[in-house]
Design a protein around this ligand. Sequence first.
Ligand SMILES: Cc1cc2nc3c(=O)[nH]c(=O)nc-3n(C[C@H](O)[C@H](O)[C@H](O)COP(=O)(O)OP(=O)(O)OC[C@H]3O[C@@H](n4cnc5c(N)ncnc54)[C@H](O)[C@@H]3O)c2cc1C
Length: 684
Amino acid sequence: MAGENLASVTQVEADGGPPAPLLTDTQQAALRALCDTFVPSVEHPDDADGFWARTATDGGADQGIEQVLATLPDADRAGLLQLLDALFLQNIANVSQRSREQILRNVALASPEAGAGLAALSGLTMFFTYGGVDPQTGQNPNWRRWGYPGPVSPPPDVSKPIEPFVPEGDTELEADVCVVGSGAGGGVIAGTLAKQGLKVVVLEAGGYYNESDFNQLELWAYQNLYYRGGPTPTAEQTISMQAGSNLGGGTTVNWTNCLRTHPWVRAQWAQEFGLEGVDTPDFDRHLDVVMERISANDRCSDLNGPHQRIKEGSEKLGHHVHVCVRNTDESKYSPELAAYMGFGDQTGSKQSTTKTFLQDAYDAGADIVARCSARRVIAKDGRAAGVEAQYADPVTGREARVTVRAPQVVVAAGALESPALLMRSEIGGPAVGKYLRLHPTVAVFGMYDEDQKAWWGTPQALVNDHFADVEDGYGFLVEGAQYAPAITGAAVPWTSGYRHKDVLSKNRFGASFIAVTRDRGHGWIELGPNGEPVHHYVIEDELDQRNLRHAIAELARLHEAAGAREIFHLAGGLPHWKRGEDGLERFIAEAQGVPFVAGGQKVFTAHQMGSCRMGTDPETSVAGPYGELHDTAGVWIGDGSAFPTPSGTNPMISIMALAHRTAEAVVEAAGAGRPLETAAPQPA
Ligand SMILES: Cc1cc2nc3c(=O)[nH]c(=O)nc-3n(C[C@H](O)[C@H](O)[C@H](O)COP(=O)(O)OP(=O)(O)OC[C@H]3O[C@@H](n4cnc5c(N)ncnc54)[C@H](O)[C@@H]3O)c2cc1C
């Protein structure tokens, strides 16, 4: 599902006249009827703000969807247009809301493709209805109902301290090391190596944005800062994935929760996968170096309503909680503005890699090329020789082929893309793309008597780690999530127009608790016909299913203990509990009973790992215990894809620490460097 900002849609019309219509009249009629079936006008006595009366098309959702359809690959667009044709033939444009809802139920059952198409169009409708803004006001009228202020300050006028290298036509660069990807792992490696005096070139597929661009708007953020334009489903539609794609990668948009790697995970990585030293104080040294460079501290973690509720529920049930350590500059911290950090942090408080390790790399003379996607690692005689990449700037229209000649190449494109780069390069061996771990995450929504002001404060301020190790080192963490109106609209399962509106009408009182599970099972990645990765993940491991069901129950119990008056589980059928009316255990059993399939449990991931993992066996791992490929000397894995198994913690800190360890090995292999502890930044 890709987002689109209504403001920019209107802009296209104002600047260049309306684009040629993509849909026929009948397809347009079907789309409008479909949008207004998902979000109908409902007569309601409590409607001074027009929330109940307002339809999806009142906010222009159909126009937004038409713009998204124009950007889709031909086959995907053709499928959705066929679906609209079928809906028109069923007369959806002319029948009552009740009949329309019945048509949708029938069509969803007709075929998995039709069901997936409806799910995609429903998600987009909710995105535009609850996330789109009026370009004149920067506001969405539905937010009034929730007390959500929307953007509270304009982007500040600050300069960009990194000047990316812009290729003038096809370009060849020389380097000691080429780093592909600039996120948590790539950023650390680039900064560490450049400070050692190595000539580094960083290639980053996404654009370079900073405080001066961050407008606190969700849909703008998805389009510009996120992988594939925002939440994107696995091939089986079982899990909705989010990852960053910009200079800084996930660290630009993430929630700054800094958790050290669990001791039992470190022991497993060392003992079962041969990552020597990871279970000793030497790995603490790596953790300490990265925590210090990104100013990790626990003094900027104010609790908003949902976090207060997690704390109260946890204390009542006797669970351990701790305040989050976050990578944030105390002098710039503001809890009001921290709330928007998933859309980019306007204050500059967030110590992302662009503010830390990438800046170090730049200051030490690295060339950083944004909007430049690595297509292939060049390998000769079993060792690295460089990278071929494609530069494309959608703003200027400039395109160029970029070739970097380098004897060391670090692949750090994130666990969703790194395996695709290796596959396109035909290196890495049989384990490339296998063992994709996602930390499958479920959410349970509680409604309280008081306004929760969930839009205030840092998205993650507190962690309940009572269930971190339920069985065999596998379990889950209970955490909060960022307030995001478009995601909220799409995450609440649609069962009828009235019921969806009813739940959202109470959003002001809502708190969502999430459980991040450590997965024992895994998905896999293959290359699609266009050379881009296809991500597969089916939740079938028996321990993973047990932990997810356990997590659903504990989230519900926490809400009940914290005083929720209603609880909704985000899953097909929208299981619901109301205080005083029904037994909590009946609700839990119903919620747990929803299957882990498309249209069943709603499962999310912001943590992708393991798809190019380290280990000693070339059959089951891609890289050796220090990150270098088994089959290609001088090619290193430097991101979350290197994890032998999932961290079980929000992974940024483990990725950075492992990347720092790998950087030391690269320095040694490159025959360069000073003792790392005494290294001082080089002048630019
Ligand atoms: C909304 C959200 C909230 C999160 N909150 C937290 C949190 O609070 N704490 C935590 O620990 N973790 C959090 N995470 C997860 C964390 O941010 C990621 O695990 C981490 O950033 C992954 O690091 P990485 O180096 O593996 O990849 P990334 O940080 O994803 O970086 C990979 C980069 O490579 C680029 N790239 C991809 N393909 C190519 C190519 N072919 N050529 C060039 N460049 C390419 C991408 O554009 C991207 O910028 C969150 C993630 C999200 C999305």
